[in-house]
Design a protein around this ligand. Sequence first.
Ligand code: WTA
Length: 644
Amino acid sequence: MLAATQTYAPSEDFVRRAHVQGIEARRVLYEKAAEHPEEFWAEVAEREISWFQKWSHVFEWDPPFAKWFVGAKTNAAYNCLDRHLATHRKNKVAILWEGEPGDQRLLSYQELHRLVCRFANVLKGRGLKAGDKAIIYMPMVPELPVAMLACARIGVTHSVVFGGFSAEALKARIQDLGATVVITADGGWRRGKEIRLKDAADEALTECPTVRDVIVLQRTGSAVNMTPGRDHWWHELDQNASEDCPAEPLDSEHPLFVLYTSGTTGKPKGILHTTGGYLTMVTATMKWVFDLRDEDTYWCTADIGWVTGHSYIVYGPLSAGATTVMYEGAPDYPAFDRWWRIVEKYRVNIFYTSPTAIRALIRQGDQWPNAHDLSSLRLLGSVGEPINPAAWEWYYRVIGKERCPIVDTWWQTETGAILISPMPGAVPLKPGSATLPLPGVIPDIVDLTGKPVADGQEGFLVIRRPWPSMLRTIWGDPQRYKEQYWSRVPGVYFTGDAARRDADGYYWILGRVDDVMNVSGHRLSTMEVESALVRHPAVAEAAVVGRPDEITGQAVCAFVTLKKGDWNHRDLAEELRKWVAHEIGSFAKPAEIRFTDALPKTRSGKIMRRLLRELVTSQTVTGDTTTLEDMGVITRLAAQQEED
Ligand code: WTA
């Protein structure tokens, strides 16, 4: 399925104006970085980032703990705002925002700076200072990046929780982080309905004793409960805030943010990113990968609640001085051409989205994009999951009109920035391949002993050398950090992805090898959904696997055994789906729930998800079942499937 039929070289015109021109230029850059990594990264950091104080040395490695630009001082908000104010960018649009109802706001760098300084002073007024922790639970409105940058400005570590997460999920994150402040809103708009964030926050906060203050932005204007003493309106606190708030010089290794993501257990991991190295790479990749030019209008459709939004709506684009588009709502509201309307209206030049979104739009037909003038586009991007060649071809033809290179960017929450991707003016594309590593990135494909596999063979994708924007640890759990990422294959970073490298050195990512599903480009652990299910009083046991889905890549499929009782399976299935939405968020709802009298287990009692995965993928089980305790379980499940 992944075999490429054709390669696509960039046009001469594209190459001539690109930051990196031609495959030879890429090779020189790549080799320089591979041979002299510290010199290379020092040069990049010096060029891309403004520092208050230089580093004493570039890199410190106490495996598996890395420090980059040791002893240097900088500030993320300073790099995203202040340094642009002395340039022609002062009045350039920084954030070009459109709300779902159609309202719009254009914030210049100067204006954004003003809002950030004011809100940083609001936070200071609540007693917050460097080292404190803030949870941000907001819709996609400009105040969300304002809150992030205000935290960054004074050294408060932020953790943005995606607005689609439920109160339960929010609570777990507030508690794990030990946040003292929660920044939220009354609600946000999604498909014409209000997502009521403050209500969810209130539910979460009943068990979060560390939280002293809740700051609430008024977005929808609907009625919310305000707890006296704890809850404050953003606009009231902001009213008298001073606009003078110098960016604090922070250590290069100062914790910038924690972002929770799914691992292989039921408990989400807080991925910690720090300041200097992260900023260096997100800024550099804006040029290497997105080939950003000052006149571009750049749009990444992700939600800021995921890492893509952190790195490629907020920190990367703003640090690079881009105009970054932000849209609040759904792609299909009020109709399937909403995105193309936005591209046409704002003359978007660079467009970055996910394969799931592309496949969903393909299904609606070409008439939607064809009704709009998309000629401003010059570069397209994809992220979050492997893009199948058919979706790639459609994206290339119908959206890019065979004129725009597509950058298929491979990376993870943990990597902070893109690691494997075409440089669009340099690397010929093969649909379905993320192509080549970026400079300074040394990936490999190995077996479990760490031995590289031959070209064309499937193996585990690893990264051999630390890179500046890598995660520093798992918040509060360095042991889990070691085990998850640095112990599976000794001495290298374990990505959790399977991949293959072809004879041209191109990487083909094949998907996760662990119990992590990828649903619509959202990471979700099978264990997380299982633990949610077994918290329901009717459920005895649950096993969850991802099954292939034409649109969402994978869909959640749950096998459930019930406690004794008289259950109506149809009603209960619906109730369990709602239950999972309540425990985690709507996006985690199982697409399918199958009730069974037993789950396939090994003799030692471990659930054999592998067999279930095989069952839902290929409809039969041919894999090794020698450790299976009761073969009858699988036979019965397979028979039940045939009946369905
Ligand atoms: C998958 C999103 C194939 C992969 C930035 C990875 C991809 C996980 C690609 C990380 C791609 C991301 N091709 N697979 N271009 N990009 N993935 O942490 O399995 O939400 O490990 O970060 O998404 O998901 P995360």
